[in-house]
Design a protein around this ligand. Structure first.
Ligand SMILES: [Mg+2]
Length: 422
């Protein structure tokens, strides 16, 4: 699956790239910086020049905890905006949340941060599903909670079926909750159009219902009213977003994320069929696709602001080593590989037309201590791997370039690195 995602990602990268300059210097290798890196940065401002760097900001555990804004985020945004209230550099908010509409998330952030956030600055975990247009006209079963149908439609899916519609059409399928079992044997339906794929947008409520019905749809090739002697394999296409096992809200301990739901679904499918559940697309951090999507939104934002210089460096700030740090480092690795491959092709291409590289040269991971990650916890080598099955346990990718207290320190660090006043 990872290879499949990468292939989609590479196609996307090729499709999205504009006329960008060649990559140059390698990013400075940075070890763990530790906490408290000095208070007085040189304030050599280069703000008469357009920015060549931007931020990918995680939301939960970085800017907010539950419904409360983290004070450091207010300070950071106060400094990040100019006298006109505009951002001084391009910023996108990259969250693995998905049970909300994009414009609602933008409104929420605007209210919390006291700074206007546009919907196209917000990347939800499922936003890259817009790119899977081959499924947009298929009849897709959608799983999640909140405005799932509106979200699916906003992503381009024109023919969606909800879990409740399947449950109503086939009332004898959902049998765990005794209170919800049908009291009489209903007539079997034969007029329910076949389902052609499954969208897993985020964690649903009533997991037992969703797990049962999704497995029924996969085992019956989209006709859950029928019983098939042999389950088809490969099964119907499954697109999933947000593979976070855990996330941080107000509670002292992390909460179950959609990754926990996926883990259950994968385990059930494997146990029942002896085969692996396969994803046609798996998105949200740490997927490469999400970072490529974010990079493109950063580029468009800079263009809208009239900043003519290419954005060379991205700083990705997050609280979750498995999604934020792993994803940023994976994207950085990809950028470096893309640069090397283009260089090699240019040297020995024999006149073939090659894609120019992205303007972005590096993506620096910055881990904050206001969310899931707690300093002093066992190192990644000893801790259990919380990543998704399709993403290998690579200790190097879990190592942040910088570890700081909070998002304010993260931004101050980045501005300092870029020689900008903070
Ligand atoms: Mg987070």
């Amino acid at each position: 699956m990872a290879a499949l995602s990468l292939a989609v990602g590479l196609r996307l990268a090729a499709a999205l790239r504009g006329a960008h300059g060649l990559c140059g210097r390698a990013v400075r290798a940075a070890g763990l910086l530790g906490r408290g890196f000095g208070s007085a940065y040189a304030a050599v401002s280069t703000e008469s020049l357009p920015p060549t760097f931007g931020f990918l900001l995680d939301i939960d555990g970085v800017l907010v905890r539950g419904h409360r804004v983290i004070p450091a985020a207010l300070e950071a945004f106060h400094r990040l905006t100019n006298a006109q209230g505009q951002l001084r550099v391009p910023v996108v908010f990259v969250t693995n949340a998905g049970n909300i509409l994009q414009h609602r998330k933008a409104q929420e952030l605007s209210a919390l941060l006291g700074c206007k956030v546009e919907p196209d600055q917000v990347i939800l975990s499922h936003s890259p599903m817009k790119l899977f247009s081959q499924y947009h006209d298929k009849r897709m079963l959608v799983s999640g909670q909140g405005p799932v149908v509106e979200n699916a439609r906003a992503l381009g899916f024109r023919n969606v079926v909800t879990m409740e519609e399947v449950r109503t059409a086939f009332p004898v399928l959902d049998m765990v909750d005794l209170e919800r079992r049908p009291t009489a044997t209903p007539l079997l339906r034969s007029d329910f159009p076949a389902i052609e794929g499954v969208l897993l947008l985020g964690e649903p409520v009533r997991w037992e219902t969703s797990l049962q019905l999704i497995v029924d749809v996969l085992l019956s090739n989209g006709n859950p009213g029928t019983g098939l002697a042999t389950a088809p394999y490969p099964h119907l296409p499954v697109l999933a977003s947000n593979m976070d096992l855990l996330w941080m809200a107000e509670a002292k301990m992390p909460r179950f994320g959609h990754g926990t739901f996926l883990l259950c679904l994968e385990a059930i499918y494997r146990k029942m069929t002896g085969k692996e559940l396969r994803y046609e697309g798996l998105m949200g951090k740490p997927s490469l696709l999400t970072y490529q999507y974010a990079e493109e939104l950063i580029r468009q934002q800079a263009e809208r602001r009239g900043w003519t210089a290419p954005i060379r460096k991205l700083y990705a700030v997050g609280d979750n080593p498995m999604s934020d740090v792993y994803g940023a480092n994976l994207f950085h690795q990809y950028l470096q590989m893309a640069e090397r491959s283009v260089r090699a092709e240019q040297q020995g291409a024999g006149g073939l037309q090659k894609q120019p590289p992205s303007a972005t040269q590096s993506c620096t991971s910055i881990l904050v201590c206001t969310g899931v990650y707690r300093p002093g916890e066992p190192g990644s080598g000893e801790a259990p791997f919380h990543g998704h099955r399709d993403f290998g346990c690579s200790p190097g990718l879990l190592q942040a370039a910088h570890v700081v207290n909070d998002v304010h320190e993260a931004m101050r660090l980045a501005f300092h690195e870029e020689g900008w006043g903070w």
